[in-house]
Design a protein around this ligand. Structure first.
Ligand code: C2E
Ligand code: CA
Ligand code: CA
Ligand code: CA
Length: 271
């Protein structure tokens, strides 16, 4: 190798080593963060499409890192996954969401909270028990908490059974990010869910742009199919008034997005 190339290779190895090191350090720091209470939940309202009144709040986890500031989940969920921390993280999110909802319900008695659950946590044998325990400990009814999972988590046997168990315990499920990957629109009626959340990418593509087809027919069909199957539809990532207007016209049930409200810490929530 020429000297310049050798230098480039060493540089690359050094960067790789550093990236691995940062992951490792972040993993250890995340373990401490869980113990020291550095995780936070922010909440984004999900509103009735006609009245724009909040129906639920989606709990979205953040890490208040002492040096790096407030980190979004994209920065540390992958770290949690590779460090074996997803289970304790999920457990914390579930209980924190229940604790905060029980306070919020003093002012908004019908408010609900949605909690994101990764497929591996969803299929854990004791997941339904964890949920029941959290509801019990914070004095909440089963309709207070909606579990958000992607379709992939409920198509397998274990996921399907888990969904049925939660359903018979009275909980509602939301299918998150619907419309990405191979979504089974033809099997919607078989999926044990109450809400269907249309992925942000489909809402973004409603606006016709040159060289790119509008997602309008898909979104309208999804709403129709979901209603036929007895599901309510949530549109994610609503950012402009035209999207809002169209979704209202098409009978979409619920809306979520920056146009309505950004995720906020519970103290700053304006409902
Ligand atoms: P998600 O479940 O699809 O959550 C919605 C994401 O879209 C959130 O990003 C939210 O801030 C963002 N968002 C909402 N409205 C708009 C909008 O109008 N425009 C745009 N551009 N974005 C919008 P966030 O909080 O960074 O979360 C990213 C992902 O991290 C979530 O996607 C979810 O998959 C995951 N996540 C968040 N909290 C948890 C958690 O507690 N547990 C697990 N397992 N995953 C979580
Ligand atoms: Ca979600
Ligand atoms: Ca989503
Ligand atoms: Ca998403």
């Amino acid at each position: 190798l020429a000297k310049r190339e050798r230098h480039a290779v060493r540089r690359f190895q050094a960067d790789l080593g550093q990236a691995a090191m940062e992951q490792l350090e972040l993993g250890q720091a995340l373990r401490r963060a869980l113990e020291n209470g550095e995780l936070r939940l922010h909440y984004q309202p999900i509103v009735d499409a006609q009245t724009l009144e909040p129906v639920a709040l989606e709990a979205l986890v953040r890490w208040q890192h002492p040096q790096l500031g407030l980190l979004p989940p994209g920065r540390f969920i992958p770290v949690a996954e590779t460090s074996g921390l997803m289970s304790p993280l999920s457990h914390w999110v579930l209980r924190e969401a229940c604790a905060q909802l029980s306070h919020l319900r003093a002012r908004w008695p019908a408010l609900r909270v949605t909690v994101n659950v990764a497929p591996q946590q969803f299929v854990e044998a004791d997941f339904a028990d964890q949920v029941s325990a959290a509801l019990h400990d914070f004095g909440l009814d089963p309709k207070a908490v909606i579990i958000e999972v992607t379709e992939g988590a409920v198509v397998g046997d274990a996921g399907f059974l888990q969904a049925e168990e939660l359903d018979s315990a009275g909980l509602d499920l939301a299918l998150d990010d619907f419309g990405t990957g191979y979504s089974s629109i033809s099997r919607l009626h078989q999926l044990p869910a109450r809400w269907l959340k249309i992925d942000r990418s489909l809402i973004q593509d409603l606006r016709p742009v040159p060289e790119r087809r509008s997602s309008r027919p898909i979104v309208r069909a999804l709403i129709t199919f979901a209603h036929e199957a007895g599901l309510q539809v949530v549109a994610e990532g609503v950012e402009d008034p035209q999207q809002l207007q169209e979704l209202q016209d098409w009978g979409c049930d619920l809306l979520q997005g920056y146009l309505i409200a950004r995720p906020q810490s519970p103290e700053l929530l304006k409902l």
